[in-house]
Design a protein around this ligand. Structure first.
Ligand code: FE2
Length: 370
């Protein structure tokens, strides 16, 4: 695998990392239980009618540096059209910054569409400045600048009692977040992130790299300078069968977030716990493991637990990585979660596409969408 990196000397925007991912959900209360019990998140903060917000309720879940916000509308306006169009899915990939106003002004000047003008939010724990711009589909980026804020998440949220339901599995931080866009739109969105956000192209490969027997995609990764923010952008490509990206676009009703990849430093332990707690993962063909070491070379882990747990391995010129993909985490075949452990490798698992596509297509076929 070729890692092609056109690094920038410095960032255009003072972004630090993904601050949180907000998922609009039909029933955030029940979804929160799933993410706490199955994925090991802890409920840390809450906002809703009890805190003076009338139109929505939000649960803030955290595991180490990964924060998910689950939000459900309480009234007809606002987020209901989003939910009926897309189902439970990612609305906001919020980005932590030292200057929300500058990020907003700069991206809007360069062509980003305004969703929310900069505003200060405040409570007894401190202040934050937030502003929001649009990206692909109905997805947005909120710039989050906390100003001497000492509370549990953001002004307006209250801390919740210690979470006795949470069953942590060792998830550490978000590694990358993948967007699926429509046919022939990938370049347009890569340009958006390079020109409007000042990101650089990180790794690229196209459908020529992937056997056309399998449902194909094209993908390009954009990232900020410190590489804490990495956004692969996928578009469908023509294969013999319907592309998995096309299936996503149909069921999501347009572009949106396909998966969130979360880092662990012990994938065998993490996946053992997640499986025991009810998370469903893609099944990998048994033959994948027969010649694994011939393909990836020596690795620290024993093959048996990887085979048993269906964990994949891939190598690039910097090292290797282990990864696994959940089945979709809602009824539509749209959003799923990747768990990844990097051991030097900076790439995204291209060597696993063929094995994965066999598995994904088996699932697509069972849904009658192939
Ligand atoms: Fe990924």
């Amino acid at each position: 695998m070729q890692v092609e990196s056109q690094e920038l000397k410095q960032d255009l925007l003072p972004l630090r990392a993904v601050d949180h991912v907000e998922i609009y959900s039909g029933n955030a209360k029940q979804s929160a239980y799933y993410y706490r019990q199955a994925f090991g998140f802890s409920l840390v903060a809450y906002r809703g009618p009890e805190t003076g917000v009338r139109d929505r309720v939000s649960y803030v879940l955290q595991q180490d540096k990964v924060r998910l916000i689950l939000t459900t509308p309480l009234t007809e306006d606002g987020i209901i059209p989003f939910l009926s169009k897309h189902g439970d899915s990612v609305r906001d990939i919020a980005l932590e910054t030292s200057d929300a106003e500058f990020c907003f002004k700069t991206t809007v000047e360069r062509g980003a569409r305004v969703v929310r003008e900069p505003q200060i939010i405040e409570d007894e724990h401190g202040k934050a400045k937030i502003a929001t711009v649009a990206t692909y589909g109905d997805t947005v980026h909120t710039f989050i600048e906390r100003i001497d804020y000492k509370g549990p998440f953001l002004p307006g949220f209250i801390a919740t009692p210690e979470d006795t339901l949470s069953r942590p599995v060792g998830l550490k931080y978000i590694d990358h977040i993948v967007g699926n866009v429509d046919w022939d739109q990938m370049q347009q969105w890569v340009d958006f992130y390079t020109e409007v956000f000042g990101f650089s192209r990180f790794v690229s490969f196209d459908d020529n790299d992937i056997s056309t027997e399998y449902s194909a995609l094209k993908s390009t990764v954009v990232s900020n300078h410190n590489k804490w923010i990495k956004f692969p952008i996928n578009e469908p490509a023509k294969g013999k069968k319907k592309s998995q990206i096309e299936e996503y676009i149909i069921f999501h009703n347009g572009p949106g977030v396909q998966h969130i990849a979360i880092e662990t430093d012990n994938i065998i332990e993490t996946i053992s716990l997640m499986r025991a707690q009810g998370v469903e993962f893609l099944d990998i063909p048994e033959t994948y493991y027969d010649d694994l070491l011939d393909r990836v070379g020596p690795i620290d882990e024993d093959i048996e637990p990887l085979r048993k747990l269906n964990i994949l391995v891939d190598r690039d010129d910097k090292g290797y990585m282990l990864q696994i993909f959940t089945k979709p985490v809602e009824d539509r075949p749209t959003l799923f979660i990747e768990i990844i452990q990097r051991k030097g490798a900076e790439s995204f698992g291209k060597g696993n596409f063929k094995a994965l596509f066999v598995s994904i297509e088996r699932e697509q076929e069972r849904r009658g969408n192939l």
